[in-house]
Design a protein. Sequence first.
Length: 547
Amino acid sequence: MNNYTFAEAIYSDSPVKEYANNPLIEALPPILTSQKVIHLMSVFPHFDINERFDSDEIRFHYIQRLYDYFHPLTRHIALERRFSTVIRKGYVNRNPISKDTVKYMNDSYKSLKEGKLPEPDQINTENTVQGFSLIGVSGTGKSTTYKRIIKSYPKYIKHTNHKGNHMNIAQIPFLNLECPSDGSLGGLCHKFFEEVDLRIGSKYKERFKNYRVQYMLTEMVHLTRLHNVGVLIIDEIQHLSVQKVQGVNKMLNFFVGLVNQIGVPVILIGTNKAFDMLNKEFRQALRSDGQGSNKEDWERMKNDRNWQLVMDGLLHYQWTRTPVENEEDLLKIKNALYVESQGIIGIAVKLFAATQMEAILNRKETITEELIQSTFKRCFGSLQPMIDALKSGNQEEINKYDDLKERLKEIMNQIEDDYKTNILVQAIEEAKSKGGNDGYYQLLTVRLANKITDSKIVQSSVKEVLSKFNYHQYSIDELFQMALTIAEGKITRKKGRKNKNNSTEALKENDLRKLRLEALDRKISTYEMLKEKNIILDYNLFEKGVI
């Protein structure tokens, strides 16, 4: 049985005449003023200046708050208005208590039962509603913005009584789907059914899993009307561009059908790579109500007043012991963040976070223009070709870099791993005066695990080094080389005893190759996986005095 929740419809009269006496519109949240939109979308994390004097480990966790920071601008407010408008216009001619709507739904159901395609909704197509597209450089906040907007709408509304009229109507204000990476219509259909199932507790995915694509598309059209879907949002639309032209056209024709035949607004979200793929017919359908595809709104930011405004808010969050407060120095930092990110806010925020980690680790405890530059070069160097493409303005080169979201995740995971390793190093230095080898064991295990895949050999080799040698007299690098030599010797001897048939065995539970694959699959760091499997301890134990 599916676990789903719904909101009982609460109706509010609308001041807009054409929205009056329509349960689907009156049950939606009220139309918001600009001030309320700003309040809805803004995310300014908690900050206390006293937090600057907490330990390195604790401040590392504070810095993670930066990833939630969101400062709305004019384009974000405009997007909320567009969304608020198209969802309501889409419901105007689908009033469930109108005779025309009831007749259309009955006729559609009868056609489907007879194995026929439903006729287009002639009444509704007289006032066709449009969607729009959000196309722009990866990392400019397109997906983040629309996700903040739809949070203000219920996922599922149940109508039982509208002004004394008893009814049993389901309403799904929005459905947001991620375009399948293979661009297949079948994959999109399955995602659609799955999302509807999650909202209302149905079993459409199971029912239609073996049906032909054409029939599934027909059912999607019918279910969109049956469950009163307000807006259909398709994210990552650039995935379509890798498919054969015929497949792309089929899917786009389906979107056009949703817009033109049954009045369901469609919002397509993607990178610049998707712009040329959107065919003329679809772009024309979007433009006809003035919504259009405002591609220029979702390009990288310019180093103008808006950039300075967003950066002013960001620079408020300094957890270094010596914050930058001088206006001239702050301006240098804002400009340096722009140069290195080229106006991609996703890069700028993560670079600012990484720079603070670096400032804490190197004990300088302040952010400088030079530190931003060196942090980008050391940690974000793999993004340099994309940054160079943005600087050049060459659209063909820019379109090559559509995977920024995943690349930034990988970069930040690596930075956090490096940070935790450095915390262990610092803990070991402090432990030298106290005696004990637990800190050495944790650090050497993490480092050796990046070279040796057998966790038993890793652990036994580290223990052997620490038991045979006076570890206080050696540097960490020297101890690591000793452990690596011992581990490699163990592997050589083990291979000599190994039966040839064992080479095809599945990876064992203690094999770090398996743990690495599992970490990648779960999108967590190798450090976290080793900690979870109790191969190493949590570095926070050092701070708590447990070790």
